[in-house]
Ligand binder design. Sequence first.
Ligand code: GN1
Ligand code: MG
Length: 362
Amino acid sequence: MKRQWRNIIGQFAIEGLPIEVSSIGNGLINDTFLVRTVEEDVPDYILQRINSTIFTDVGLMQRNIERVTDHIRQKLVARGESDIDRKVLRFIKTKSGQTYCHIDDDYWRMSVYIKDSQSFEEVTPEFAYLTGKAFSDFQNMLSDLPGEPLGNTIPDFHNMEFRLKQLQEAVRDDRAGRLAKMQPIVNEILARGNDMCLAERMGREGTLPRRITHCDTKVNNMLFDHNGKFLCVIDLDTTMPGFVLSDFGDFIRTAANTGAEDDKDLDRVKVNMEVFRSFTKGYLEGSKPFITETEVKMLPYGAKLLTYMQTVRFLTDYLNGDTYYKIKYPEHNYDRTMAQYTLLKSIESHESEMNDFINTLL
Ligand code: GN1
Ligand code: MG
């Protein structure tokens, strides 16, 4: 193992002897590595380089994560759950007691790698139901987090008005000279702007509450065991105050898409209504203790909103010349934009069917 790795890992109070570091996961923001240890009875670890251009207040983010994981752990203990280390992330402190370390220009953190776990890019309807239940349980457990509200890790992160403003600035500046090609889509996107800012208006009027939300409930941010049973939610960076629509919507956007987030074959991209129905059923069963009727009725809107928001964000990044998301090839953000936009139109065409389904559950 390279000296540079030894130096970083050596900052943390891990058990065992690290022998190998390899890339893992496919997040678009941070860099994630698996650190294997030599001993059989000692865990392996996840090491992450935090993208501090995007997460500008690493201390605040780590404090949020610490509070969230401690609280969930306490709840699981109180319930008498078994196998708790596979149901909530456990972060490793540095030898000086910090939740992250800062070396040269990089910020690093480590957590225990959850044994025998796997992640997926899509789920079967059966597992969507269980995931919906487990996921609302995550929100439910956090509904009585004591103390101050969590900090806003990235201000305005899921604020649609702000995201549209960023798109308008990207259009105005046309920094990468890509606007001409995108103008028709830009027009179609902006035409939906007013409708898509409804949640923000309701938030201001006090008719839609802010709760603790994960804000990145992509299906690949969830771990499952080898039988496909939900274990835990990972990637807690953006856990902060938000609307339940965010988390419901991001799950549908990713797990109920018959294609990939960046599919070049747009014929593959559609909303899978069976996954939608199963997840919704599970989600509503688990969210009963806290969710309001207004929130329930707006869940299909949430699926549309998050897909719209992701279209706007990929489009903005494409127009800006790919400054935010990691890309694997030059037109990657173009393909992502088109795939998300296609999914948005599919969700729009199923919206009344989604609403009808919700009404049958109410
Ligand atoms: C990013 O880091 P990752 O890949 O889990 C992004 C999300 C987007 C997602 C799109 C901090 O999540 O908001 O929905 O990509 N995270 C941040 O796949 O911007
Ligand atoms: Mg992730």
